[in-house]
Design a protein around this ligand. Sequence first.
Ligand SMILES: C[S@@+](CC[C@H](N)C(=O)[O-])C[C@H]1O[C@@H](n2cnc3c(N)ncnc32)[C@H](O)[C@@H]1O
Length: 483
Amino acid sequence: MVKNEERTGVVLRLGSNGEGIIKDENFTVFVPFVLVGEKVKYKVLKVKGNIAFGKAIEILTPAEERVRPRCHVFGKCGGCQLQHLKYKEQLKFKGKAVKDCLSKVAFIETEVPPAVKSPEEYNYRNKLQLPVREENGVVKIGFFAPNSHRIVETTDCPIQKGAFGKIVETLKKYISQSGITAYNEEKKSGKLKHLVIRFVEDCAIITLVLSDRSLPQKELIIDLFKGLFEKFSLYINVNKNDNNVILGDEFILVYGSEKYECKEMGVIYEMGPRSFMQVNDGMRSLIYKEAFAAAEIDENTVVIDAYSGAGLLTAMFAKSAKKAIGIEIVKEAVEIADKLKADNALEDKMENVCAPCEEVLPNILKREKESGAKCVLILDPPRQGVDVAVINAIKESLPDRIVYISCSPQTLSRDLGLLTGTLADLGGGSIGKNPVPETPLYDILSVKPMDMFPQTKHVETVTLLSRRKDEPRVQVTMTCKSD
Ligand SMILES: C[S@@+](CC[C@H](N)C(=O)[O-])C[C@H]1O[C@@H](n2cnc3c(N)ncnc32)[C@H](O)[C@@H]1O
């Protein structure tokens, strides 16, 4: 097999990124945007050993599950990987991806249902981030192509909330009428870098990211946005850096309210331009409800919410539990959580700790267990998963229930393997199959993938673990099945 060669093959299965896997002679070929069972003509883009990467040229026998993608830049912009697959099949794919990952990474064989469907398959993203660039004298607004800073221009994005085409049109009108310069990455010049919009209930929080504090023809852009949104705020964000980070530290309010008040599961919270919020409102709500139901708390339960962000879930638990303790590393997020505590009169029931979980969780778990309280631990870590120190602290203190919310099947599998004893910390930063498997300290009661990001490869999973009470903790020697 050589680069640029055109070949045909049949797709055997989809990989974890949603790409098709074809066996062709001795090669395993990865071809995106194709489906299982399809015979495809593909062009070889790269060969490395007996692995190759290809690009589909023609689908010779389309699968029944194939649908026409709604987006006219699908496959070019890098945002979605599965728009060509029927939504019901996307849900099955995500359930299977989690199940296979648990088996492959952690040797855990458990039932995993198809992902719970999102209330909205399209138009669900409440956050829009559009780079604005000047390339060879032409202003371009769109999305970055995969692994590059080349702009793919588009007038529509079917997964976004809001009137995408009109937003782009309005911004282009403002650029041409005001003469504001767009950022040029090569020359590191130009003023306007990004447009960011947060859709919060019936309001839009608009941020123009600029290289300095001055916005030319302020009134013009306000008037143009008035034609688009009934209720909005306009901010300038100043970002003088020439790196990949979109937002700088300074926000200046130009028009509208500073913040908007929202309510979810009885908790009042404020949304501003820098608030963190999951991108799919309907699914976020379902995940919080799922976590809440799984935790089975009562007024005697202490909930420890590790990796708590801005504290919304901590506050929800604090309302019904004896106490909820949030642990979060980012100071600004903890300040928001403290405001949440005050605004919801939860001073006696909510504690926000600003520190790395690996440093403080061991003592907090120990303290709460020693108090005799029924203890539920919520884990909602970033993609890297949970630190080994956290796993060890859990194994030491044994909270009654654990609800693990994960955005990465890989690290979820690793952490569940460590918690249930199929994997072990082998030292020197290496984690592998446990040579001396223990009787598990926890039972996995359910693994529920939830479709936070329809049309994409990404999947969120809520897993419920319950401490084993009945069986003594005995070491068993087991012959591990070979890899
Ligand atoms: C997936 S978010 C969870 C957000 C939150 N549970 C929610 O529902 O909005 C993960 C959070 O973990 C925080 N984080 C990352 N590493 C951490 C650490 N070592 N200790 C504590 N928090 C950490 C991040 O700042 C982020 O807010």
